[in-house]
Structures are given as C-alpha cells and as structure tokens.
Ligand binder design. Structure first.
Ligand code: ZN
Length: 294
C-alpha cells in the first residue's frame, strides 16, 4: 500500500460516511455502546465498512470514536480500551484489505480539560496514547482526530499520537457559523487559529467534519478558509448530508446523493484533497461522490 501522503500528491481521495446512524439501522439502541459491536457483532460493523468500500471509498474510518478510557467508562468499559480499539482496526482492515487505507478514529474525550474541567493535559495525553497505541496495534494506516472544538485538546491528541505510533495524523474540527462569513469551533476558536495550531502540533492533514447547521454554501466557504489557512498542508472536508431539519421530533439530514456529489466537485475545485461525509451520510451518498471524484 502506498503511503497515504504520497498518494494524496497524485490524486484526491474519498473517505467514508457516517457510522453511528448505520449501526442504529442495524439494531444498535440509542444510548448503547456502538464500540462494543467491534467484538460483539463484528460482522455487522464489517458489513457497514464493506458497503462504504464497495461505494468507492478509499479510506475507512474505524468504529472507535468514543474509544478513550474516559468515554468508555460511561458504559462501564474503561478497561476495554485495548480490546475494542484493536478490534475496530482489524474489522475495518478486513473490509478493505490492501486496496485502501484504514483511519484510526479518535473523537473528543467528552469533557473539558483543566481549568474548566478536572482533567489535566497529562492525564488526557495518557488516555489518548492508550487508545492510539491500540489502534496502531490493530493495524491502522493513519490516525484521524476528529470533531474537535478545543485546539488545546487537538494539540494533546496529536502529541499523544506521535508518542504512541509513527503514523500520519489527520486533525479535523467541527465549526459553526459566527457572523456573516466567519466560523468558529464551539469553544470559540476561529478557523485560522484552529488550523494553524493543529499544523504546528504536527498534523499532516487538516480540515473539518460535521458542523452545526451549516449549509452547502457554508461548507464551501469554510473549505476555502481552511485551504487558505493550511498552506501546503492537504485539507480534508467531511460535511453532513445538509443542514439538519427537525421533523416530528427527529433530526433528519436530507441532502440527496446528487447534491452531495455536486458539493464534492465544488470542494475539490476549492483545493480540498480528501472528501467524505459526516452525520446523515450513507453509502448511497458516498457512491455518488465517488463517481464525481472519478
Ligand atoms: Zn457529524
């Protein structure tokens, strides 16, 4: 398998789409621990990965978003970090083999760092290091640190990744609109600061995933700002399937595959090198996006 960063120099790549909603479609109850399925129902997790691989995705994201001991502790699984992260990596690898890259997924630990919260940077670094070492042991090709809103937490996670493994690091934030043309993370960090701090900490690829009520026009403008802030560092964009609508008390993302494909073309034109999907995206969206990437 070519090194991810080398491959990116020659062509844009397609990442996969949402995992959580796909797990729920397969029977995961809300409030249940989806990561437990990496061992309990690995065939179902593998099946979702395979749908994305068949849709043309080059990069599969492991089902390990809440995989720190801190996040797993909410399900009483704090001592299952190694087992569940390693299994998550192995299941994704089985689905794509050597024909694509597996990204070890690392989400926010789920609380505030000191001084707002009780967790010190050193404690947090140790938790991320434990998770990332397990993902590396399971055979991932890169680490994806995603949905971050605090650049300080991003910096800790990147440092932990460098200590735990020598793998490429992708760092993405979730942004919301702030004013007419500005975007900030939920912790208030503007695009330029957030992206520059991730790169300075050692991220090899930077960008955004998810987002709060962003339109397709917003994602495109956000992409331009990130590409500008990132300089020579490649950019990844993983938008939601449109802006969420509340229908009968349920949150619905209703962008069509064709609309996601059109956005993909615009994002590539704006200089984005990896496109994928976040909330509400499914293999149907990704197949249409794959045809557009070519
Ligand atoms: Zn999302």
């Amino acid at each position: 398998m070519t090194d991810l960063l080398v491959a990116l120099n020659t062509r844009p790549l397609l990442c996969d789409g949402a995992m959580g909603t796909q797990l729920m479609d397969c029977g995961l109850g809300s409030g249940d621990c989806g990561m437990l399925w990496n061992t309990l129902h690995s065939n179902r997790v593998r099946g979702i990965h395979q749908f994305y691989a068949e849709a043309g995705c080059n990069l599969l994201t492991t089902n390990t978003f809440g995989g720190t001991s801190y996040a797993l502790d909410r399900h009483g699984l704090a001592d299952h970090v190694l087992k569940l992260n390693r299994a998550g990596a192995q299941v994704a690898r089985e689905a794509i083999g050597k024909s694509g890259w597996v990204l070890g997924d690392v989400g926010p630990f789920g609380d505030f760092m000191e001084p707002l919260g009780q967790t010190s940077a050193d404690e947090l670094c140790a938790m991320f290091r434990e998770q990332i070492a397990a993902l590396a042991e399971g055979g991932v090709d890169a680490i994806l640190i995603e949905t971050m809103s605090d650049p300080a937490e991003m910096e800790v996670a990147i440092a932990a990744s460098k200590q735990a493994a020598s793998l490429p690091i992708i760092g993405t934030y979730a942004f919301q609109k702030s004013g007419e043309t500005g975007f900030r993370t939920m912790m208030g960090a503007p695009v330029k600061e957030a992206i520059e701090r991730a790169i300075a900490a050692g991220a090899d690829i930077v960008g955004t995933n998810c987002g709060v009520e962003l339109s397709f026009g917003d994602y495109l403008e956000l992409a331009r700002q990130i590409v500008s802030a990132a300089g020579k560092t490649p950019v990844i964009l993983q938008p939601n399937a449109g802006s969420p609508q509340l229908v009968n008390g349920e949150i619905i993302y209703n962008a069509t595959p064709e609309e996601m494909a059109a956005l993909t073309a615009d994002l590539l034109d704006a200089g984005v090198r990896i496109v994928g999907g976040c909330c509400g995206t499914n293999p149907g969206h990704l197949a249409a996006m794959s045809r557009r990437i070519g």
